[in-house]
Design a protein around this ligand. Structure first.
Ligand code: PMP
Length: 392
């Protein structure tokens, strides 16, 4: 029996750069200790108070079907948070609660892309981006950014890719590069979107993890509110990755259609998870800062540990839980470097190529293990790099 080409072509085929990750997992399963700097997940769990709210809600009976677009009170809480953070008047009618940001990315592309349409995204990219675009039947087109410009896309590069496209997907703070888009970059993006009549899909799941500069939501820029769909999530801000809860914030008429999509796909998010998310959001920004604090600390440790040598260069790391390290001085490709590092030091990192052409010659390090082990791993990584080749 033939499967649909839509489902069989989601991943695009070929090696996806995750070989090192899976090899590390096999080593761990065989009892070999491996320091994993590959996982984009907190080393803390969801706070017990949030779990308490979840349990109380479930025990209180919120275990049946929940209203599909999200509970009124959670949608209102998310809308109020967005209004407060961006200044754009936002109501419940602008919010669809989704099972995580990933589901929001899919829904947002479903809303704006027809079969065969071209959808733009920025390379290096979060691994699911091209597959998400293919999953809705559209065609991904990458805009490759350069480490020489700290992975900020230029107006010229976006404009060159724009003809014939319907949407542009951006992510700031960025996974995997750690870039936070500057006001200039965002105003360029807004201008190109308006000039070429593109929808903007803005993935802001790391909006609470900004170490340098400030997070600007492009929905707040002049002329952008009606053409921007923002994807948000509780995963990173509140260490709730496993709860699968996020949202899309968009113009009312877009949300009205997305409600139909949700009714025919996910049928909403469990009520007790929504109540826990509402409780978590109502704890305010201090809780979000506490969840982000380990990454802020480890970002400083990264810069300090890499001082005084020239084999490994850290890119700016302005936000999110990752550091992009330039390993070109070793003379190895990032895949070979990651492979050899795993063999020699039992340290697992992600080769840059797994995130697209723009990240070639780089590795991504997730700052997601405790400080002492993290610094020790970085020191060993630098020593390993020095053994690869004498500096140029
Ligand atoms: N966007 C980016 C950039 C991410 O890194 C992730 C998760 N790693 C997601 C979206 C999806 O997150 P979730 O579905 O857990 O909200």
């Amino acid at each position: 029996m033939k499967l649909s080409s839509r489902i069989t072509s989601i991943t695009g085929g070929g090696s996806d750069g995750w070989d090192v990750f899976y090899r590390a997992r096999r080593m761990i399963a065989a009892g070999i200790p491996v320091t994993e700097l590959s996982i984009g997940e907190h080393d803390i769990r969801t706070h017990p108070d949030i779990l308490g709210a979840m349990q109380a809600s479930a025990m209180d009976g919120h275990t049946g079907y929940a209203t599909v677009p999200g509970t009124d009170s959670l949608r209102a809480t998310i809308a109020a948070r967005i209004t407060a953070r961006t200044g754009v008047p936002t109501t419940s009618a602008n919010i669809l609660v989704t099972p995580g940001g990933q589901s929001g990315l899919f829904a947002a592309h479903m809303a704006v892309c027809d079969q065969g349409d071209t959808a733009l995204f920025i390379d290096p990219y979060y691994v699911t981006y091209p597959g998400t675009i293919r999953a809705v039947g559209a065609m991904p087109r990458a805009i490759v950014t350069s480490p020489d410009r700290a992975f900020q896309p230029t107006a010229a590069d976006i404009a060159a890719a724009a003809p014939g496209a319907v949407s542009l997907l951006i992510n700031t703070p960025n996974n995997p590069t750690g870039a936070v888009y500057s006001p200039q970059t965002l105003s360029n993006i807004a201008r190109v979107c308006q000039d070429h009549d593109l929808w903007l899909i803005s993935d802001e799941v790391y909006d609470t993890q900004v170490w340098e500069g400030m997070h600007i939501s492009p929905r707040a820029l002049p002329g952008m509110t009606d053409r921007t769909l923002v994807v948000g999530s509780m995963s990173k801000s509140h260490a709730m990755t496993g709860s699968r809860i996020g949202w899309v914030c968009a113009p009312e008429h877009v949300i009205a259609h997305l409600l139909n999509l949700a009714t025919h796909t996910t049928y909403g998010v469990p009520g007790f998870i929504q109540d826990a998310a509402e409780f978590a959001l109502k704890q305010g920004a201090d809780v979000e800062e506490t969840v982000a604090a380990p990454f802020r600390r480890r970002r400083a440790l990264t810069l300090r540990t890499l001082e005084g040598q020239n084999m490994i260069r850290a890119l700016p790391v302005e936000g999110a839980m990752y550091a992009m390290l330039d390993i070109r001085a070793t003379g190895l490709t990032s895949a070979d470097f990651a492979d050899a590092l795993l063999d020699a030091e039992h340290i697992a990192v992600m080769p840059g190529e797994s995130f697209g052409d723009g990240a070639a010659g780089h590795i991504r390090v997730a700052m997601t293990i405790d400080d002492d082990r993290y610094v020790d791993a970085l020191r060993r990584l630098v020593r390993f790099a020095s053994r690869c080749k004498a500096p140029r």
